[in-house]
Structure formats: structure tokens, C-alpha cells
Design a protein around this ligand. Sequence first.
Ligand code: SF4
Ligand code: SF4
Length: 258
Amino acid sequence: MSPENNLTDKIHQNSIPLVDNSFTFHCHAGVSCYTDCCRKLELYLYPYDIIRLKSKLKLDSAEFLRRYIRVAEGSHPFFPAIMLLMQDNKEHTCPFLAPDGCSVYKDRPSACRTYPLERAVEKSDVESGICAHYFLTRHNYCKGHHENKSFSVPQWERDQMLYEFNHQNDLWAEMDAFFATNPWSGEGAAGPKQQLAFMVCYNIDDFRVYCSQKRLVESFRIDKEQRRRIKRDDSALLEFGFNWLLYIFGERRTLVLR
Ligand code: SF4
Ligand code: SF4
């Protein structure tokens, strides 16, 4: 698989490709391991995860970053990754773990909702873009594999409401593959260009303020309906931001000036 894509690099070593695109698994409050997996996690957050979590928690994205994340090494040296900070308690529990389960369940991160699968993407040669592959992860403590319920991949995607996450993560994967080409023109890590890109990707509320101050969206030919979406919807703004970064740092024709 092409190393062009950051999600590919996060596949665990003990994950295996899915046979027949189906698997047996059921996670529910009755399993003896319930919530055991919500501790001591190395949980990467992607830009859309942050949008969903900060909206659920009714926090500004800058405040969300301040409280809940740490900046980590990415899959290449030219852009950092973001990881969820576990709590500073004996068990290092996830900050969103409540006594009765996940307190952000409807907005839980991609990795949590995809588990026990892991999704990797690669860019195909043709213009059709991205090709997804699923792997099955097995942890000995996880009893969900012994339950009597089977899913195909499409059933799992539907059951876990993965479509929007997958769509947004595919856009992010393309973006990170672009960052891997070191488009910062010799500025090095954490130079002004990379900081701008960091804001677009991880701090959407600050990017909204930036857009408004610079009248950025208005500078490009974007149809009315899309402009309205960008105004009210953080994921539409993120998509615009990705296109803008490709336009200014990659000289790609992703946007057209007015
Ligand atoms: S976000 Fe929810 S499901 Fe994911 S680790 Fe935290 S508590 Fe568990
Ligand atoms: S069945 Fe697996 S995923 Fe579900 S709570 Fe247990 S360890 Fe976590």
C-alpha cells in the first residue's frame, strides 16, 4: 500500500486483513470487559473528530485543544498529529469515560466507532481517488469477538454511522499526503505556513475568525448554497480550508479567485 497516506501508517501490528469482508463481533453493556478498552489509549484525533467532539462539549476549538489533546509526531516529519490526553489517574482513563459508558457516544472519535476494524486508505493511480481497506484488530481482553453477531463491512459502516467520518477522513488523508511533500518552502517545522495549516486543520473556530477578518471565502468563486454551508457548518469550512491550503501552498486549482 502506498506510504502516501497517513491513516495507513496507523494500522496496529496485530491487525489482520479482513477475510470475506465480514467479521463476528458485538460490543454491549453486558460484556464482562465493558469499557476496559477506554483506558491507556494511544488515540489519534483527526480534524473532523475534533469538530464533532468540541461541538458535543460546546467548547471553542482552541479550548478543546488546550484541555484535551497533546501534539504528537505525525506519520511524516512535516506535520504533527493530535492525540487525546488520557486522564491523570491510576487507570489513565479516557476523559470522556463516564460510569455508564462513553459520555460522547454519538460524537465519539473515528477510531472508537471503527473498532474492532481499522481503516486504511491509499490513493489509487486513477482520478477516482481513494481506495479503502479494512483490517481486524484483536485484543485478548476484548470479549466482543466471542459474541454471536456478524457484520459485513457495509453493515458495520451503517451501524456505526461511519459515512461522514470516512468521507472527512479521506479528505484529511489527501491533505496529510500533501503535507508529507514538505510544501513549506524551506520554512521547516512550525514555521508560519505550517502554523496556518495547523489552524485550518485542528482549530476550526480560529480559522472561522481568520476567514471573516480576511474576507477569505468571499475572495473565491463559490456558489451561494456552498457559501451558506461554509457559514453555518464547520465541516464545510474545513473542506474549504483544505482546498485553500492546496491552492496557496500547492498551487493546485482547487479554488478560483473572483
Ligand atoms: S471516546 Fe468514548 S468510546 Fe472512545 S475511548 Fe473515550 S470513552 Fe471510550
Ligand atoms: S467488547 Fe471490546 S470494544 Fe466492547 S467494551 Fe469490551 S473491550 Fe471494549
